[in-house]
Design a protein around this ligand. Structure first.
Ligand code: DX5
Ligand code: ZN
Length: 232
């Protein structure tokens, strides 16, 4: 994985057909996505339950790009090895997912993955001030984690701007997760984001038998984001 700040669209397969992940991943990649975002939920850290390492392992051969695994689980440390073995490229843990964030991030890198840290809407940017050299990505949650299809929280724009300042020249991606659409993408890109996760806004109206809609949706988000990047 090389680092750059170009806009990357990462569809969340939380909005895909759960009985057809392989073909869904192939379809979004064929339609131009950059990363594939995989939402792991445990029914404890967040209300919903999705899937675990076995599903990630099954999806892996169908993904040629980056497998971006968002761990909404606590505790997270006991499961890092299993998700790394399942082929994750990026492993993102929440600040609140364990007592020793610095150790968790070191463990992720020691497993050979890029280390991400996710901030809930109520988590201040300063929570990661002393781990900035341990991370490759910060995920700003622009909804409360747990479900797709929620409304974008505008309160998070200022946080993105602050994180962009804190990161400075470090090779750290700013990923936005929740309520991203052609309407909200310009706001987050202008504030400093480069990775845009989108579930509903990518999968709405399409299917594996009608995948061109995924392409149209991906292009619409990318174009809105790129316009803001050029203007910024
Ligand atoms: C929310 C997940 C998101 C979610 C985004 O807990 O982490 O990745 O799927 O879905 P949309 O784009 O529909 O808000
Ligand atoms: Zn996510």
């Amino acid at each position: 994985m090389t680092f750059d700040r170009s806009i990357k669209i990462a569809p969340s397969i939380l909005s895909a057909d759960f009985a057809d992940f392989g073909r869904e991943c192939q379809a979004i990649e064929a339609q131009g996505c950059d990363w594939v975002h995989v939402d792991v939920m445990d029914g404890h850290f967040v209300p919903a339950i999705t899937f675990g390492p076995a599903t990630c392992n099954a999806i892996r051969p169908h993904i040629k790009t980056i497998m971006d695994v968002h761990l909404m689980i606590a505790p997270v440390d006991p499961y890092l090895q299993a998700f790394a073995d399942a082929g994750a490229d990026v492993l993102t843990a929440h600040v609140e997912a364990g007592p020793h964030l610095d150790r968790t991030l070191q463990a992720i890198r020691d497993l050979g993955c890029k280390a991400g840290v996710a901030l809930n809407p109520s988590t201040p940017p300063e929570a990661i001030a002393y781990v900035l050299d341990r991370i490759d990505l910060v995920c700003v949650m622009t909804v409360n984690p747990g479900y797709g299809g929620q409304s974008f929280l505008h309160s998070q724009i200022e946080k993105i701007r602050r994180l962009r300042q804190m990161i400075g020249d470090r090779p750290v991606h700013i990923e936005i997760d929740g309520g991203v659409s052609p309407q909200t993408a310009p706001l987050v890109v202008e504030a400093g984001a480069d990775v845009l996760v989108a579930g509903s806004a990518v999968f709405k109206g399409g299917s594996v038998s009608n995948p061109e809609v995924y392409g149209d949706n991906i292009r619409a988000i990318r174009a809105a984001g790129e316009a803001a990047r050029i203007a910024a």
